[in-house]
Every structure is written in structure tokens, then in C-alpha cells.
Design a protein around this ligand. Structure first.
Ligand SMILES: C[S@@+](CC[C@H](N)C(=O)[O-])C[C@H]1O[C@@H](n2cnc3c(N)ncnc32)[C@H](O)[C@@H]1O
Length: 224
């Protein structure tokens, strides 16, 4: 099935951002942290971490709970999303002290180069009209040899499969969220497309794995 890019790259609609923040992503966000624990079992004491496209910061919060020695720069291009992230972090001030929220859009020339010990991203890749932007940003911002974990939806083979996933995972969600999920599935990449993106970016050292019935993950260590 042909890819259909997201209607809007940034999630700047207030209702859209609120519906996303209220949705229950426990299963996929728990999976993200489990994959990260396999990649980076250590405590990451003193590590500086970058989360690209952080949205309402659920992954950021789970990450900081799992790695109490790390700090995190959480970046998003949407002000409403960052406002929701700020609200979520306000409920856990001991974690909030270890986060910096950055309003920025990748590609960005404001991010420190070769600075981060770990770069994360969940569900950003399919939003990008040009996915090379994510791989370039990873390379530029992470330290050589740093671990990276990128998880995203993967595009189903047919419209029927898209609808089956929407029914399986969003049957009782508000229509705005069902539409978002459907758009995201159409905009997502297939594993082979992601492998080709990585090869073009000189990052074929990273592994592409199918990690659920609707997610793929890119993980590994950048070239030293
Ligand atoms: C589907 S949400 C994922 C949020 C979060 N990572 C999560 O897992 O819940 C994608 C986010 O990426 C942001 N985004 C899209 N394109 C971006 C870009 N070029 N630079 C920064 N943020 C971007 C959107 O505004 C949105 O908040």
C-alpha cells in the first residue's frame, strides 16, 4: 500500500494534542522502555539524553523513572504539546527538575552537536515529510558510538488492515484520535523502507526490528 503523508506534520491543534495526551499508550510506551532496557541496561548516571518529538512527555517521564541518574532534553515543534508536557511534568516535580523542554523543529541548527549520550524518539518518524531529517539529527546530536532507539508505527499492507488495527486499538477512542491513528498508519513506513533510509544515511549499523503487530524499532549504536 502506498504511503500517504500526515495531513499536518506538527500536532498543533489544541483538541488534537489534548486527545493524544489523554489516550492510553501504556502498552506501546512500556514496550519502548523494555526495548531501551535491553539496549542500555546500565543506570546512565550523568547521561544527557535527547527525546525528539516528545509530545506530552509520557515517554520522557517513564524514561526518567527508569533511569534516575539521567537528564533529558525533550524537544517538540508543537507549543500545545509542550504545554501538555509541562502540565504532566508539574505533577512529578522531582522528575521535572531533570527535564528541559525545547520548542524546536528538526532539522534544527540550535541543537548541540555530538552532545548526547543517548537519543530517543517515539512516533515522530512517520510525521516527517522527509525522514532523512531524523537520521541526520541523530547523527549530528549524539556522541559517536552512542545508543539510539527510535520506535514508530509501521505501515500495514492494505486499507483493510489499517481499519482492523483502528478497531483493535482505538474502538472506544474519540473520533479525533481514531482519525489520527488511521492517518498515522497510512503515513508510517515499512521496515524495508526504514532499512533503505538508514543505508542512505550511513546508519546501516542500526537494526530494524518488527516489535509488535503495528510497531517497528530502530536500535543500536552509532558509528564510533
Ligand atoms: C505522534 S506524536 C509522538 C509524541 C511522543 N513521542 C509519544 O510517543 O507520545 C509526534 C510528535 O512529533 C512532533 N513533530 C512532528 N514533526 C516534528 C519536527 N519536525 N520537529 C519536532 N517535532 C515534530 C509533533 O508535534 C508531535 O508532538
Amino acid at each position: 500500500m502506498k504511503r500517504r503523508p500526515e495531513p499536518e506534520e506538527l500536532m498543533e491543534g489544541e483538541a488534537q494534542a489534548r486527545a493524544y495526551a489523554q489516550a492510553d499508550f501504556t502498552a506501546s510506551n512500556t514496550l519502548f522502555i523494555e526495548l531501551l532496557r535491553r539496549l542500555v541496561p546500565g543506570p546512565l548516571i550523568g547521561a544527557r539524553v535527547l527525546d525528539l518529538g516528545c509530545g506530552p512527555a509520557d515517554i520522557v517521564i517513564r524514561f526518567l523513572e527508569a533511569y534516575p541518574g539521567a537528564t533529558c532534553d525533550a524537544l517538540d515543534g508543537s507549543r500545545p504539546m509542550l504545554e501538555l508536557a509541562r502540565n504532566a511534568l508539574a505533577a512529578c516535580p522531582e522528575l521535572a527538575a531533570r527535564v528541559r523542554l525545547l520548542h524546536d523543529v528538526i532539522p534544527s541548527d540550535r541543537l548541540a552537536r555530538g552532545h548526547y549520550d543517548l537519543v530517543l524518539s517515539n512516533s515522530l518518524l512517520h510525521h516527517l515529510p522527509d525522514p532523512a531529517v531524523l537520521w541526520q539529527t541523530l547523527r549530528e546530536t549524539a556522541k559517536p558510538g552512542a545508543p539510539v532507539l527510535v520506535m514508530d508505527l509501521m505501515r500495514p499492507a492494505s486499507p483493510g488492515w489499517v481499519e482492523a488495527l483502528v478497531e483493535a486499538y482505538a474502538a472506544t477512542e474519540p473520533e479525533i484520535l481514531r482519525t489520527d491513528f488511521r492517518n498515522s498508519l497510512y503515513a508510517a513506513f515499512e521496515p524495508a523502507e526504514v532499512s533503505a533510509q538508514l543505508a542512505a544515511a550511513g546508519l546501516d549499523c542500526l537494526e530494524v526490528a518488527v516489535v509488535s503487530d503495528r510497531h517497528l524499532a530502530v536500535m543500536g549504536f552509532l558509528p564510533a
